[in-house]
Design a protein around this ligand. Structure first.
Ligand SMILES: Cc1cc2nc3c(=O)[nH]c(=O)nc-3n(C[C@H](O)[C@H](O)[C@H](O)COP(=O)(O)OP(=O)(O)OC[C@H]3O[C@@H](n4cnc5c(N)ncnc54)[C@H](O)[C@@H]3O)c2cc1C
Length: 381
């Protein structure tokens, strides 16, 4: 069954569609030693119907949408923008849906600072699902509730990584006029286990009161990791923060992120949002370093929504290459460092980690690599 199919971990995104479609409740999602969710099958309940395999998003050949229009965009609401990762366009899209009787699903912290997708239906709760949380969010618990809401005809917006959007589309099995799918440009998702250990290393036994992966006190381009606890406040700009280093240098990503089949210039979503990192190369006049998003429209549904919210934003049309030129995460997977598995094993074994030291250890070239390089050099002579 599904656990044998995903023996090769690089094929499983942990979306949990298999667990959701199993009528016999034979599949549970359990965490491995790296902290990522994978299906495990209880063979005393399994009837070998193979639905888990046929419904697995990695076994589907679904149609991708081709892009229609691309924009550089930011919200006119400076408070909402400041509280968002880039230009605050998610806030605008979600607010429209909520103000028109709809519901929205996005990633939120729970009481233990783990990340779960939740469904909200009023603007007062929007702050919970705003801003990027740089670790994998648990999404599969929301799928059946989403289906109920979508079938009721209510407007619904789902936002998540490209693999989560593909998973929801596969789970639902068809498109719905009242369902809007938004995916983010995704570098890859870090391990929830590493995140918890990192949080402990920063806050110790102090109670954490607020986390912001994208604090803009030093600007949008040089954003900071900020962790407030009862008696302390930790702020480091991202190049100096060890968790962000491990994330952006690709050491703590889910195995499937190194071979992601969900990213492409064509998508499974209606709209794709991300940071417009190359803005100074094409529209520098729009960049005041408080945040600017790249927004790509893929469907008529997406275009309709964009046409409504654009009144509340500052935007300019751009060519898609202007977005992808400085953001290869849009369409391609990051490379897996040679010593990634070793680093992850060390991080999972240790209960207390000195994260600054862990970053230094990552930079050390593995012995075998050094030997190979030396041999190559000798052969070249
Ligand atoms: C793991 C991850 C990697 C990313 N990598 C890149 C990248 O390489 N390049 C780039 O341009 N942009 C990347 N982004 C997207 C970027 O951080 C912003 O989310 C995006 O620019 C939208 O910003 P905003 O201001 O419109 O809205 P925000 O309010 O900042 O965006 C929030 C949206 O992101 C969703 N979200 C937050 N955390 C998660 C999560 N853990 N899993 C799934 N969905 C989540 C929320 O549901 C919400 O819809 C990444 C985001 C995440 C979560």
């Amino acid at each position: 069954m599904i656990d044998t199919v995903i023996k090769n971990k690089s094929k499983c995104t942990g979306c949990g569609v298999c667990a959701n479609v199993c009528e016999f409740e034979a599949i549970k999602m359990n965490r491995d030693t790296e902290g990522f969710l994978y299906p495990s099958v209880d063979y005393s309940l399994c009837k070998k119907c193979k639905k888990c395999i046929s419904k697995c998003p990695s076994n589907q050949d679904k149609k991708r949408e081709s892009f229609m229009d691309c924009y550089a965009i930011y919200s006119k609401d400076s408070v909402a923008k400041q509280a968002s990762s880039s230009g605050g366009c998610f806030n605008l899209l979600a607010k429209y849906v909520l103000e028109n009787g709809g519901a929205v699903c996005g990633a939120a912290f729970d009481e233990n600072w783990a990340v779960q997708h939740i469904i909200i239906d009023n603007c007062d709760d929007l702050y919970k699902i705003q801003t990027s949380k740089y670790l994998q969010s648990t999404v599969h618990n929301t799928f059946s509730e989403i289906k109920k809401i979508v079938l009721s005809g209510r407007l619904f917006l789902f936002s998540g990584t490209p693999c989560q959007v593909n998973a929801l589309r596969t789970y639902l099995g068809q498109d719905y006029e009242n369902l809007i799918l938004i995916d983010i440009i995704c570098h890859g998702v870090p391990s929830p286990m590493v995140w918890q250990k990192y949080l402990k290393s920063v806050a110790g036994n102090d109670t954490v009161t607020k986390v912001n992966f994208r604090d803009k006190t030093n600007g949008w381009a040089t954003f900071s990791m900020r962790i407030d606890s009862k008696n302390n406040s930790y702020v480091r700009i991202f190049p100096d923060d060890p968790y962000m280093r491990l994330f952006l240098d690709n050491f703590i990503l889910r195995p499937s992120c190194y071979d992601c089949s969900n990213k492409d210039v064509n998508r499974f979503a209606d709209i794709t949002i991300g940071d417009f990192w190359g803005i100074d190369n094409c529209l520098p006049e729009l960049n005041d370093d408080t945040g600017i998003s790249a927004l790509t429209v893929y469907t008529e549904k997406g275009r309709k929504l964009f046409d409504i919210i654009k009144e509340t934003a500052i935007y300019k049309s751009v060519k898609q290459e202007k977005i992808t030129a400085s953001n290869s995460a849009f369409y391609s997977s990051v490379a897996k460092p040679q010593n990634r598995d070793k680093i992850m094993m060390t991080l999972s074994k240790k209960s207390r980690i000195d994260f600054d030291k862990a970053v230094k250890a990552c930079k050390k070239t593995p012995f075998l690599q050094k030997v190979k390089r030396k041999i190559k050099k000798l052969l070249r002579r």
